[in-house]
Structure formats: structure tokens, C-alpha cells
Design a protein around this ligand. Structure first.
Ligand SMILES: [Zn+2]
Length: 152
């Protein structure tokens, strides 16, 4: 009771990504190559939530998550919140938002898709927000998230 906030130590400046579904924290670290930036990162896995479920949490020092990154985060954690910390204080807090489209982020799972052979940016439209279904701009096929290697 009352010590949930002490599960991960405070940071002076940087970002805290909270409310990540359990099992997604390490995928997010890998996808955004967060560990390669040489900043101190604290990761909490399988932390207790008040409702009895588990969550992951990531604190990255001296790094501020951009709006574009926040959009991409929604691929892993549609309910995540981002807290920006300056001098140990939360100066900005917002929820990630699933955008209408992802450009240049994901490769098309369809190996026959022309996006693999042409020098184009891949482009996917979100056509089902609940189960996260993405439709390729080029081959017009729709895929659920488990088809994308990048999200694994
Ligand atoms: Zn395609």
C-alpha cells in the first residue's frame, strides 16, 4: 500500500513511459533502440497495477519522446502515457495516440508487395483501432499486428 510510486527510482530529466502492457516494455526498448543512446534507462517489468493486472514502465534520462515516437508507441501500448520530467517534476503528461497512418515504419508482411522492390516509403493505414489492423497502401492487404516482425 502506498509504495507503488517507489517501485522505480525517480529521474531528474527525461521521459517516463507508463501504462505499457506487460511483455511490451522490452519490445519498445528494441524498436526505438533506446538502449543505444547511452542514456541511463530504468525498466520496470510486470509491475503491479491497482486493478491486479501487470504493466511495464520505462524511464529514459535526458530523452524526450517526440510526437512521432509517441504515435509509434501506440503500436505497442495504445494506452501508454508519457511523462516528461524536468528537475524531478512532471512538466508535461500526455497519452499516446494511434495515428491514421504509419509511414516508413513497418515493412509489408506480403512478400509480393511492390513496396519491397520499389524505393518507396512503406505506408499503412489504421483500419481497425480495436484489434490494430493495418492496411498497406501498395498491395491494399490488411494485417493484424502479429504479422509484423518489427512488433515482435
Ligand atoms: Zn503491401
Amino acid at each position: 500500500m502506498g509504495n507503488h510510486k517507489l517501485q522505480v527510482e525517480a529521474i531528474q530529466n527525461g521521459s517516463v513511459i507508463d501504462h505499457i502492457p506487460a511483455q511490451q516494455g522490452l519490445k519498445i526498448l528494441k524498436f526505438f533502440k533506446l538502449a543505444q543512446a547511452n542514456e541511463k534507462i530504468t525498466v520496470g517489468l510486470n509491475l503491479n497495477k491497482k486493478n491486479g493486472l501487470r504493466k511495464d514502465l520505462i524511464k529514459v534520462e535526458n530523452t524526450f519522446i517526440s510526437d512521432e515516437q509517441a504515435n509509434q508507441l501506440a503500436l505497442f501500448a495504445p494506452d501508454a502515457t508519457i511523462n516528461q520530467i524536468k528537475n524531478f517534476k512532471v512538466v508535461n503528461k500526455f497519452k499516446v495516440q494511434l495515428p491514421d497512418a504509419f509511414v516508413g515504419v513497418l515493412a509489408c508482411p506480403n512478400s509480393n508487395c511492390i513496396s519491397h522492390n520499389e524505393p518507396v516509403n512503406t505506408q499503412f493505414y489504421v483500419n481497425n483501432r480495436n484489434e490494430l489492423k493495418l492496411k498497406c497502401h501498395y498491395c491494399e492487404k490488411s494485417f493484424v499486428r502479429s504479422f509484423f516482425n518489427e512488433l515482435d
